[in-house]
Design a protein around this ligand. Structure first.
Ligand code: HEM
Length: 131
């Protein structure tokens, strides 16, 4: 794997960490605290940077199964973070509506599926002796 791909795979782990802290906080408390917002927002930044690095480092271009899954999961988390900001701005630490609570879980699950396909990709490249 090229240096830029390795950097992308390292950065995406920070996205996982930050998203996980933000989403677990929301799922447990049913509230979007300032702390949760901070973690989600920094998570999105890491995600965008990691995706950019992967596209630049990719040997296959952006339109692969992993690439399309990656884009859609990034879009889902971007939307989730903007909903979280909107809720926090309008209602502060008030309980989140049920749809937002459920959407958070769905978007995060989808993102983790994309993440797992990335991990499988690397393992299969290693097994094939290409990485
Ligand atoms: C949800 C998080 C992720 C997003 C948004 C994402 C996004 C992308 C995109 C758009 C590409 C370019 C298309 C392609 O080559 O398939 C790509 C490539 C790649 N990604 Fe990810 N990815 C994610 C997670 C991961 C993880 C966790 C790993 C490894 C542990 C990984 C490893 C790779 C590799 C090795 C490539 C290059 C594949 C090649 O050149 O054949 N990705 N990623």
């Amino acid at each position: 794997m090229s240096g830029i791909l390795i950097a992308g795979t390292i950065i995406v782990n920070f996205a996982l960490l930050f998203y996980t802290i933000g989403i677990v906080s929301e799922q447990r408390s049913h509230r979007v605290t300032r702390r949760a917002l901070l973690f989600l927002t920094v998570g999105v930044i890491f995600d965008v940077v990691a995706t950019g690095f992967m596209i630049v480092g990719s040997s296959r271009g952006p339109f692969t199964a992993h690439g399309v899954l990656g884009f859609s999961s990034l879009a889902a988390m971007l939307l989730e973070t903007s909903f979280a900001w909107r809720h926090h701005r309008r209602s502060g630490d008030a309980l989140v509506p049920r749809w937002l609570h459920n959407y958070s879980r769905l978007a995060y699950t989808w993102w983790v599926v994309a993440y797992i396909t990335g991990a499988i990709l690397v393992m299969s490249k290693r097994a094939a002796g290409a990485g």
